[in-house]
Design a protein around this ligand. Sequence first.
Ligand SMILES: Cc1cc2nc3c(=O)[nH]c(=O)nc-3n(C[C@H](O)[C@H](O)[C@H](O)COP(=O)(O)OP(=O)(O)OC[C@H]3O[C@@H](n4cnc5c(N)ncnc54)[C@H](O)[C@@H]3O)c2cc1C
Length: 410
Amino acid sequence: MSKNYDIAVVGGGLAGASLACALSDTGLSIALIEAVAFDAPADENMKARTTALAWGTRAMFDELGLWSAMAEDAAAIERLHVSQAGHFGRVTVEASEYDLPALGYVVPNLVMIEVLRERLAALEHVDTIAPAAFESLAYRGEDAIELTLAEGESKRTLTTRLVIGADGARSQVRAALGIGAAVDDYDQSAIITKARTERPLAGCAYERFTPDGPLALLPFIHDTAAVVWTVPTAEARRLLALADDDFTAELQACFGARLGRLELAGPRGAYPLARVLCDRAWSHRAALIGNAGHALHPAAAQGFNLAIRDALGLAASLREHQQLAGNAFDPGDADRLAAWAESRRPDQHRVANFTDRIVRLFSNRVPGLGHARGAGLFGLSLAPGVRAGMARRSMGLALIDAAHRRQVHR
Ligand SMILES: Cc1cc2nc3c(=O)[nH]c(=O)nc-3n(C[C@H](O)[C@H](O)[C@H](O)COP(=O)(O)OP(=O)(O)OC[C@H]3O[C@@H](n4cnc5c(N)ncnc54)[C@H](O)[C@@H]3O)c2cc1C
């Protein structure tokens, strides 16, 4: 028999798991549906993945009571150093300029997901259903949606009053809802790995723009740097096929000698990059968060930072509605969902456009792009307003209010 839930979150990645945790104090019954078994061994890609969390995101994890469990594995970014291959210009942004101890933190994805899932396991009102893959949905009258899930060879159905698509850039929930998405393939892939550096990063995140795409070396635990190296996809295939020493030599040639000799310190993985922007973030009794709504190039490290603002914004909206409506509360209330989507739109558009502009400004080998690159960094260093805007967006500060900031200073 179909079980009934107030909310079904499809996708137990960072966005979906964060949302389920953020809803934990509502008492609502929640199903969190994830296609991959929680105890499945991590593949090389997953082992290599790290996320740069903006200061505002750290504050949100703190609010959820999750930051302390991540902090030990988090490396602080105290300074940002942006340069451009073949140009003298550089831009630096210091946390101290903003009266903050750090611009953000680099955390292994495996640590974040483990902390989130540990919390989920302790939540009475959350049923995690994994491995189970969302297949389809059907409206059952005005008030409910039935979801069909595949669990191996068998099927399971459940009904809910609100379904959240948090199932990534190729969201099947989005497709099932008939919501379109604009997909812009950058024909680039991000190679991710770890490197040991002869000179310490000392809290500085380096981002170097090259005609092929940006290369970032970010502070990471164990005295290593997290490497995110964006190159055309064919080039990524070639680089991944190289022996470690040859790969390291190419990485060194691309990054330069600023940190002395580089040494490979972890497995290599790669992700093809596309921008995916959904036409709308909600429909009848449904909403999209995270990559299901917007997947971004990692050049500005904003994808998850944006996703958690979607998730916590939605949780706050539902909580407020619950308090105001009492017994009449309906998690799928159309006005609420529309208002939430509307409130999130400016942030989503700003960050998506900002990220896309950075990619296009600096990577003149992205198909269809002009040759504006030369003006890029020079323009940034000359325009304090642009530079300040970049810093604020990188830190997620624009979205946290004064109270938040006061709280994170404690
Ligand atoms: C190389 C790289 C570096 C990045 N670095 C940063 C960074 O530094 N900072 C930052 O903020 N962002 C960064 N991002 C972006 C960030 O990783 C994403 O925005 C974030 O992971 C999105 O999370 P999500 O939960 O929305 O989607 P996903 O991580 O894609 O999770 C979706 C989940 O849904 C599950 N799923 C899929 N289909 C189904 C189905 N049918 N049924 C059930 N479950 C399903 C999947 O198994 C998965 O667990 C980076 C991205 C890349 C590629």
